[in-house]
Design a binder for this molecule. Sequence first.
Ligand SMILES: *[C@@H]1O[C@H](CO)[C@@H](O)[C@H](O)[C@H]1NC(C)=O
Ligand SMILES: CC(=O)N[C@H]1CO[C@H](CO)[C@@H](O)[C@@H]1O
Length: 160
Amino acid sequence: MKCFSTAILASLFVIVAYAQNIVIAAPAAQSSVTPGESIRVQVNVPDSLSASTEVAVVIAMIGCTTSPAHCPAPSEQLGNILYNGVYRPTLVGTTKVQNFTVTVPSGLKAGQAVLSVSHFNLIGVSPPFFFSLQSEILMPTMQAGPAPNLEVKNITLTVA
Ligand SMILES: *[C@@H]1O[C@H](CO)[C@@H](O)[C@H](O)[C@H]1NC(C)=O
Ligand SMILES: CC(=O)N[C@H]1CO[C@H](CO)[C@@H](O)[C@@H]1O
């Protein structure tokens, strides 16, 4: 009985830990942007059964160098911060969606640039009590609540 419950709990945590990642739905990767232009960045979270509390996103853009050809990893260097604030998507069908209008940095040189979205959310439920098996008796125990989750997604754009 105890092993069975542990197996169920373990599988629940696997589902919870691997869901709720964002997708940069717009602009399309490799699309062309102009310095100073307003663009729409659409950040989606495909709906899933696991509980997630959305917190914030940071949208940033950094130019790549040409010689040597190198795009900085956004996990280490974000470049220009275009948006830094709350992420409150609305449910469209089965997908959570939010559009952000941001301005392409006027100082970006022609060539490649990396657009990144850093996403922070809370994964899992936060019940006041969580039941666990202790000495074969189901006991309510205090539970620490949801887990923090940070991810960075990016696409490459062409600055023309
Ligand atoms: C996001 O923008 C697109 C294009 O303008 C629009 O079709 C869509 O309805 C918007 N979605 C939301 C949730 O604002
Ligand atoms: C510059 C950079 O870090 N690019 C990454 C963008 O995301 C893809 C995965 O979608 C990575 O493979 C790239 O390395």
